[in-house]
Structure formats: structure tokens, C-alpha cells
Ligand binder design. Structure first.
Ligand SMILES: Nc1ncnc2c1ncn2[C@@H]1O[C@H](COP(=O)(O)OP(=O)(O)OP(=O)(O)O)[C@@H](O)[C@H]1O
Length: 705
């Protein structure tokens, strides 16, 4: 069960050790005065929230029940509150007919409430906002939103975590908007021309800032609130003008916001809310100092509510959160101790593939797994994103070296379906919410488990399903740490064979034939009869050829299992004794093959049972390998149609993998090795594994994707 927690951040241990705390640090308790007032509030709080330790070891069993009690109470209070609400500060007083209408809506909503505890009407969401949400097809809150709405609305700092695509954006947008217009910050927030912003939302990428801005524009706009979006690569002037006229909500990336502060364009002295969305990425990218500077610009931090959201919250971010959030902050963690940290509505697949075979293989993966929807392909570098986009028909690249205006055109073209394959760096890994992305392809395992979780989370959003395929080079890649830390159980598949792809295309072509007008028959019938009479093939065989042609196929090639190369075939070598190292295999091959043939093999991997090795050989060389082995005394080579269990390369210390050349493979029997099986189950040890330093990326560099 996922841990559904709304807890205070202090662990019991930390509470005990509180007396000796001098410099308040992360997760430490509040001051004695605050504790006293907390004590006084305790009985009240008891009915409200589960008090518990840190998110990862919280226990949340009673939360639902308590929340329902609270909600019931909140709803009782709401009746009075709603009666006094005209609509909003910009709204007109309700006339009697409107009242009647509202009562009627109220009846419907009452039914909704009974049926769905997360129905909008069960929350302190005003009618204009409900209407705006319903217009977008949103009838009820998602769990993370339902869990955190009251907490944020009632004024607490909060750390929120839920898997990708679960609606974290609206989890902060909605209560903030309601607080500003109908809640506790309404009275004190600045209004009028030239007003300083009440809300600041910081995000790691420009694309994400634009996306969150559009949510604030739609829903904030429905409540008469003005938002603006500040990010780099665009002119300062229009942003400056907007700020001068006055805005309620500022959304942006840290660099540009800092620039505006330094230019004296922005004043955060009246801020009510600060939101760090995708906080870990922002800090990982080296924005810590900028973020600290920006957040430090509020006059009285105790009067500002700070919210921090992400699908991944590494421990080092939780520690850093203590600097930005109040000690009595709440935590809502929908992932918690769940083993599976990545999206559960995504099918996670790994396929072996050498770098040189990627551009051949990817179109077939798209044919087999994209279900005709959009695909995002992730590469590790900007160069490879551009190169790959150039090799794939109809694909476009998105990365940090592309001009901002082009980035925007590319993204909107992808969103609107002008093209369906986007090749991107991590600039597109976080937060992007694009409809109908069915398939994610990662060209190689990313360095961080967080990157895997966020990239694969671009599909399978808001309750939909999707597929995430990660390619790996059996000679170079290791994904055991990703698997271990993300909790994903990868399906191990070999590359789709061209025959599989052709079969899918043939089925599509057959369907299309049924749509062709009968008017073509008289024109083509004579040629068809001629073909039938002159050919030795049966009618169905001839029709198969016609379908193949219609689907664009004139021949079917096969593809090797390890490097996914066309014109290569995978073979298993055994020699009646244990095979501990790849160099041993090369030694065996040199006994009966010339050096250039030995050097030409691809993707060598040892079998998990330690008795053999699998590698790919060029189809034209297959005979030399088969016949040569027969004369090599005890050596057996045979073609394999599916991969046996393989050892994975041992992970070197410090989380880095050893060099890719042959001869540098580990024996695979040590800590980091595990073996994969075609059935997706795993055997062997999973120990070892270099650990990434907690603070990696928190140094002085900024990462540009
Ligand atoms: N209550 C809701 N009902 C229906 N759809 C919703 C609801 N809340 C959010 N959505 C939709 O769900 C999708 C995902 O939401 P959002 O982008 O906020 O997810 P997220 O948790 O922030 O994901 P990520 O971690 O990848 O950033 C969006 O298209 C959003 O409009």
C-alpha cells in the first residue's frame, strides 16, 4: 500500500533530542514558545493530521479517517463561509435567481459528494474555480490534491510527493488561488495597479515554467488574478512592463528571476506563497545559491507559506528543505516507502542495443509500442539529440543549445501533433505534460535514478497507460542501480524483429484495404487475374505479397539479439568448462579464427550460469564460426533465437562503470552482477553498486541540458 501521509516533519527521535539543539537544522523542532502553542493546539490538531516522522518512515493508517472527519467539519464550516461568498472579490453579488441556481447545483453536488469523497464540491473551492475545472474535464481531485488541499489552504508549509503524472501542479495551484481570493491571505494580499506579487513559483526549466504558467493563467484568470512568466532566452522589456503594472503570481526559472531582482524590477516583500516545483532538479542543476537569494527576498519569512513538490525527493533535498520551509511543515507523501517509485501505469521495458544500431532500431520500437501516439526519445547529450533527430524521419530535437524561440515552436508543434517524435535531452524530462505521449525511449540508462523516473513519467499520466523502453549496450551499460532504486521490474525483451514490425504493418494494411472503394476493382481486376494465372503462388500468398508492398516491405531482414544489428546473428559459445572472462572467450575464438573475425564480434556477454558467452556475428561470417568451432576441440557454437540469462557488468566503485572495451568486463560474479532472464525475473546478487553522493550536483556548477 502506498503510504498516504500528511505528517509533521519531526521524527520522534528528533523531538527527543530537541532540547540540545542550538542551531536549528533540518527536521528539527520548533522553538519552546512554538512548542507551547503547539501543545495548546494539540487536541485540535489530533483530529486534523497524523503526526509522524519523516516521509520515508511515516505511518499513516489513520489519516483517511481523520481527514474525512476534518472534511466533514470543514464542510459544515463551509456552509456559512459559502453563504457569505458572493463569488469573488471581482464578482457581483448574487441575485436571487443566481441563488436558486446555486441551490440547484448544490443538490447535484451533494450527490457528487456522496458518491466521490474527492468531488470538487467536497473542498473549499469556489464556484468560478469549480466551473473552470469542470470546463477542463476535472470533476474531482486526484489523491495528492485531495490530501494537501486543506493543509495548504489552512496555511501550512508542505512537502508534497506523488508519482509522475498524478496532478502535483494543481495540488498547489488550487489551494493557493483559493487562499488568495477566499482564504486567509485574502485580506492582507496587495491588490491594485503596480502591486507586488503574492505568489512565486520556481521551476527548473523554461518549458515547465510556461506549462505551469498556463495553469495559473486559466484557473487564476477565472478568479481575476494575474500571472506572469519569467524565463531566460526572451526579452526583458515585456516582462518588466508586466511587473511594473502589477501581478499576483510570478512563475519562472531561478536565473531570470534573480536577474529581475538585481535590476530592481521585482519586489517580493509582500509575498504570501513560495513554491519550489521539481525542487530536487532545480537544486541539482546548481541553482541552490540563486534559489536561496530569491527566497531570501521576503521581508518576513514566517508570514510566507513555502511549498515544495516533486515526484522524487532524495534525502539531500529533504535536508535542504529545512532551510526553506518552517520547522512545523507537513509532508504529503504518496510514494513513501513503496518500493516502486516510478509510474505504475507505465510498462517498463529494457532492450539491448548498441549505439550504432539505435537509429535502425528506434523506428521499429516506435512501430511496435507507440500505438500510433507521440514518442519522446531521450539522449544523454545535446549533440546526440540533434544527430538522432536528423536520422529519424519526421523527428525534431529539443535541447539547451537550441534557441528559445525554436524550442517553443518545437514544443508547440509536438503538442499540437505536427510531428510525433521528439528527441530531447533532460530538458524535457521534468514535469512536461503532453497529451497522448504513448512511448518514451531512453537511448541509454541515465546516470540518476531520478532521471529515469521523470523521463519515463512523461507517459502514463493522469490515469492513462504508456510504455517506457530503455536501450542499453550490454558491453557498456549497467542499469541495476536504476532498477534497485526505482523499484522498477524491467521486462527484458530483445529488439522487435523486423518480421514483428512487418506483421503489425501488414495487419494495418489489411484493415486499410477494406476501406478502399470498390471503384478500383474493375480497373485492377484484369491485372490481378493475369497475376493469378501466371504465378505459381496461391491466391493468399499473392495477396500477402500485395499487403507487404502496401505496407512498404519488399523483404524481411532479421536482427541480432544483443546489438540489434541487421545482418548480424546472435550465437552462444560453450566449451565444456567455466567461462569467467570475456578475454577467455576471445582466446578460444583466436584458436580457430583469424584476428579480424574475432575483432568483428559485437555485444559479447557472459551467461549467468558461467558456462558460456553470447555474442553477435555478421551473417556473412556465421559459417566460419560454426564450422571453425567444430574443429576446435570441445568448442560449441550455435545460433540462439532468444537470449539466455546473462551476467551484467559489475558496477565499479563510486557508481561509475568501468571502461567499455573488451577485456574490462568483470567476471560478473561479484557484488554488482545480476542476471536477467527473458521472463523478466532476476537471479543473482544485487549487492555492490556504487552509491551516488548525497549532494551530487549541489556544487557550483549549473547543468544545461
Ligand atoms: N483532478 C484531476 N482530474 C483530472 N485530470 C487531472 C486532475 N489533476 C490534474 N490532472 C491532469 O493530470 C495531468 C498530470 O498533472 P501534472 O502535470 O500536474 O502531474 P505531476 O504530478 O506534476 O507530474 P510530474 O511529476 O511529471 O510533473 C495533467 O494533464 C493535468 O491536467
Amino acid at each position: 500500500m502506498p503510504s498516504i501521509v500528511v505528517s509533521e516533519s519531526q521524527s520522534p527521535e528528533k523531538k527527543k533530542s530537541m532540547k540540545k539543539v542550538e542551531a536549528p537544522e533540518i527536521m528539527e523542532d520548533s522553538s519552546p514558545a512554538e512548542r507551547k502553542s503547539k501543545k495548546e493546539k494539540k487536541s485540535n490538531k489530533k483530529t486534523k493530521l497524523t503526526s509522524g516522522p519523516d516521509p520515508d518512515d511515516s505511518n499513516t493508517d489513520n489519516y483517511d479517517k481523520k481527514r474525512k472527519d476534518l472534511k466533514r467539519k470543514a464542510l459544515e464550516d463551509d456552509t456559512e463561509e459559502e453563504r457569505s461568498q458572493t463569488s469573488l472579490e471581482t464578482g457581483e453579488p448574487m441575485n436571487s435567481s443566481k441563488k436558486k441556481k446555486k441551490m440547484k447545483v448544490g443538490e447535484n453536488e451533494k450527490k457528487e459528494e456522496e458518491q466521490n469523497p474527492n468531488a470538487l464540491s467536497n473542498f473549499r473551492i469556489s464556484q468560478p474555480l469549480r466551473d473552470a475545472l469542470k470546463e477542463k474535464g476535472i470533476e474531482a481531485l486526484f489523491p495528492i490534491q485531495a490530501m494537501t488541499f486543506d493543509t495548504i489552504f489552512d496555511g501550512s508549509d508542505l512537502v508534497g510527493r506523488a508519482r509522475t503524472g498524478q496532478g502535483k501542479t494543481l495540488a498547489f495551484v488550487l489551494p493557493i488561488l483559493e487562499s488568495l481570493t477566499n482564504g486567509q491571505t485574502k485580506a492582507s494580499r496587495k491588490t491594485g495597479y503596480g502591486r507586488p506579487p503574492s505568489v512565486l513559483v520556481l521551476l527548473p526549466t523554461r518549458e515547465l515554467a510556461t506549462q505551469v504558467f498556463s495553469d495559473f493563467e486559466v484557473y487564476g484568470g477565472a478568479l481575476g488574478l494575474k500571472s506572469c512568466c519569467l524565463y531566460g532566452g526572451t526579452p526583458y522589456q515585456p516582462q518588466q512592463v508586466q511587473l511594473k503594472r502589477g501581478v499576483d503570481i510570478v512563475i519562472g526559472t531561478p536565473g531570470r528571476i534573480k536577474d529581475h531582482i538585481e535590476r530592481g524590477n521585482i519586489d517580493f516583500s509582500a509575498l504570501k506563497f513560495r513554491v519550489l516545483d521539481e525542487a530536487d532538479e532545480m537544486l541539482r542543476m546548481g541553482f541552490v545559491e540563486d534559489v536561496e537569494l530569491i527566497l531570501g527576498k521576503v521581508e518576513d519569512a514566517s508570514k510566507v507559506q513555502t511549498l515544495l513538490f516533486s515526484a522524487t525527493l532524495p534525502d539531500w533535498v529533504k535536508r535542504i528543505a529545512a532551510r526553506f520551509l518552517k520547522p512545523d511543515k507537513k509532508t504529503a507523501d504518496l510514494v513513501g516507502n513503496e518500493k516502486m517509485k516510478a509510474s505504475t501505469s507505465v510498462r517498463h521495458i529494457v532492450i539491448p542495443c548498441s549505439a550504432s544500431a539505435r537509429s535502425q532500431l528506434i523506428p521499429d520500437i516506435i512501430s511496435c509500442y507507440s500505438s500510433g501516439g507521440r514518442t519522446i526519445i531521450f539522449t544523454e547529450t545535446k549533440d546526440s539529440a540533434s544527430t538522432l533527430a536528423g536520422l529519424l524521419p519526421g523527428a525534431r530535437a529539443l535541447h539547451g543549445d537550441i534557441q528559445q524561440a525554436t524550442r517553443e515552436v518545437t514544443l508547440s508543434g509536438f503538442r499540437s501533433g505536427k510531428f510525433s517524435t521528439l528527441v530531447a535531452t533532460n530538458v524535457a524530462a521534468r514535469g512536461l505534460d503532453i497529451d497522448d505521449v504513448q512511448l518514451i525511449i531512453q537511448c541509454e540508462p541515465p546516470r540518476d535514478v531520478e532521471a529515469y523516473i521523470h523521463r519515463s513519467g512523461r507517459t502514463g499520466r493522469a490515469g492513462k497507460t504508456g510504455v517506457a523502453v530503455m536501450l542499453y549496450d550490454p558491453r557498456k551499460s549497467n542499469f541495476s542501480r536504476i532498477e534497485r532504486e526505482s523499484g522498477v521490474k524491467f521486462e527484458h525483451l530483445s529488439a522487435p524483429q523486423p518480421a514483428d514490425v512487418a506483421k503489425a504493418a501488414g495487419a494495418e494494411a489489411a484493415e486499410k484495404i477494406t476501406e478502399i472503394s470498390d471503384s478500383v476493382i474493375p480497373v485492377f481486376k484484369a491485372a490481378a487475374e493475369e497475376l493469378l494465372n501466371s504465378s505459381e503462388l496461391s491466391p493468399s500468398e499473392l495477396l500477402a505479397k500485395a499487403l507487404a508492398k502496401a505496407a512498404g516491405y519488399t523483404e524481411i531482414k532479421s536482427r541480432s539479439l544483443l546489438s540489434s544489428m541487421e545482418n548480424y546473428v546472435s550465437v552462444l559459445l560453450e566449451c565444456g568448462r567455466p567461462v569467467y572472462t570475456p578475454s577467455f572467450v576471445y582466446g578460444v575464438l583466436r584458436r580457430f579464427l583469424p584476428e579480424e573475425k574475432v575483432e568483428s564480434i559485437k555485444g559479447l556477454a557472459l551467461t549467468a550460469d558461467g558456462n558460456g558467452a553470447v555474442f553477435d556475428v555478421a551473417t556473412e561470417d556465421l559459417d566460419s564460426f560454426l564450422t571453425g568451432s567444430k574443429n576446435a576441440g570441445g568448442v560449441k557454437i550455435e545460433v540462439v533465437k532468444s537470449l539466455p540469462c546473462l551476467q551484467e557488468r559489475e558496477q565499479a566503485r563510486g557508481g561509475r562503470f568501468g571502461g567499455g572495451g573488451r577485456g574490462k568486463f568483470s567476471g560478473g560474479r561479484g557484488g554488482g552482477g545480476f542476471s536477467n532472464r527473458r521472463d523478466g525475473k532476476f537471479s543473482g546478487g544485487r549487492g555492490g553498486g556504487g552509491s551516488r553522493g548525497g549532494g551530487r550536483g549541489r556544487g557550483n556548477y549549473r547543468r544545461e541540458w
